[in-house]
Design a protein around this ligand. Structure first.
Ligand SMILES: Nc1ncnc2c1ncn2[C@@H]1O[C@H](COP(=O)(O)OP(=O)(O)OP(=O)(O)O)[C@@H](O)[C@H]1O
Length: 382
């Protein structure tokens, strides 16, 4: 566990600038094996807080403990051996190959070159960069791939603690989502103690086991689990920061109960217009490939056997018992207004209507929003 105890950092006055408090009496715990996200507007002290954990910056007052040991008493070089650090621009050595970039830390720690490189290849595979990626140079990789190398490098020495400072913010939104999903899968396997900095509340909600919202002036506004934060922002600042559609986004944390499903007629790719028209009396018909939904067609409007280019792919697909938000979105986005539900292997199970999902939402108990059950964990507001 990493514990901040009333940690303050002020930077001294320089060149006409007044001294400034970057982090103000921060107290929080980042539990072992979990992801704690620090989120807040620019300049609220996130990076400063993170850098105090590996002693790139020392606090002005207060203490930081890792597993009950005050890090002020640990030699910074030794401390950093147990802490992986990933930054926004990946920070790779441009003149070293990918595998050598990743092997650098284990080699610095005394692992032989061959063993370090073997380990580097293993870790690269773990982050989705197998085989020949290892011999490329950073400039021969996309931004997203470079970030993966950055993560691999931080993981190479197998540190129990990882500090991540906006690691995914320099890539486009689609790649960012992929990296986030992979990161969560990896963390499921590795169970590191992670402190993650971002200014993006959606990223914080998605990745955090707990989320610490900070306000400018380096003060903790609220520390809570994502679902709790969405349901109970402690004040206007947090409510604004968390965003307007927080009620809808909270559905991302509610598992769908047994929704009333209909059997949906479906036809495979290659079905002729006559067969398609015979398969349903409805305007829309679902098309599958080996039971996996592909999209919808309007049988009345097709003149040739169904091929992928004819499909309306607007509808999203949700897992049965996945989050309610996904079931509702599947229904709302479907051209037929029937939301497609699939099993864990992506095969069609049935369809559901938005009204039925909404009814289920009304019925679902929400223990996370019962304030009597869970007291908000938050710093007192001024
Ligand atoms: N070395 C320094 N000297 C003086 N002031 C500093 C120094 N480092 C940071 N600051 C100031 O401390 C405050 C907090 O900075 P920090 O980088 O921790 O914020 P942040 O929340 O990470 O911001 P961003 O999201 O923009 O990166 C800012 O006002 C910044 O200007």
């Amino acid at each position: 566990m990493i514990r901040f105890e009333q940690v303050t950092k002020s930077f001294p006055a320089t060149g006409g600038r007044e001294s400034m408090v970057a982090v103000d009496e921060l107290s929080l715990e980042a539990p072992t094996g979990q992801i704690t996200v620090l989120v807040g507007p620019s300049g609220c002290g996130k990076t400063t807080s993170l850098r105090m954990i590996n002693r790139m910056i020392d606090p002005t007052s207060g203490r930081i403990l890792i597993d009950d040991q005050d890090i002020a008493s640990v030699n910074p070089a030794r401390l950093r051996r147990g802490i992986g650090y990933v930054i926004q621009s990946a920070g790779l050595f441009p003149h070293r190959t990918v595998v050598d970039n990743v092997a650098t830390v284990p080699m610095l720690l005394g692992t032989g070159r061959k063993k370090a490189r073997d380990r580097a290849r293993e870790v690269l595979e773990l982050v989705g960069l197998p085989g020949d990626f290892a011999e490329r140079y950073p400039s021969q990789l996309s931004g997203g791939q470079q970030q993966r190398v950055g993560v691999a490098r931080a993981l190479a020495a197998d540190p129990p603690v990882m500090l991540m400072d906006e690691p995914f913010s320099a890539v486009d939104p689609i790649v960012r989502e992929q990296l986030q999903d992979e990161f969560l899968r990896l963390q499921d396997e590795l169970g590191k103690t992670i402190v993650f900095v971002t200014h993006d509340i959606d990223e914080a909600i998605k990745l955090g086991d707990q989320v610490a919202v900070m306000r400018v002036g380096g003060r903790l506004a609220q520390l809570a689990e994502p679902a709790y934060l969405l349901a109970h922002p402690i004040d206007d600042f947090v409510a604004d920061f968390v965003g307007r559609d927080r009620g809808y986004r909270a559905l991302g944390f509610s598992e769908a109960p047994n929704l009333p499903m209909s059997n949906e007629p479906s036809v495979p790719l290659g079905t002729t217009p006559e067969e398609a028209r015979a398969a349903t009396s409805d305007r829309w018909l679902l098309v599958v490939d080996e039971e996996v939904p592909q999209g919808w067609v309007e049988p009345a409007r097709i003149e040739a056997p169904i091929e992928p280019s004819m499909l309306d792919r607007g509808g999203t697909v949700a897992r049965v018992h996945g989050p309610l938000r996904a079931s509702l979105d599947a229904a709302l986005s479907s051209p037929s207004r029937r939301g497609v539900l699939v099993d864990d292997d992506g095969r069609l199970v049935g369809t559901v209507r938005a009204a039925d999902v909404v009814q289920a939402i009304e019925r679902v108990e929400r223990p996370e929003i019962d304030p009597a059950e869970i007291a908000p964990t938050a710093a007192p507001v001024e």
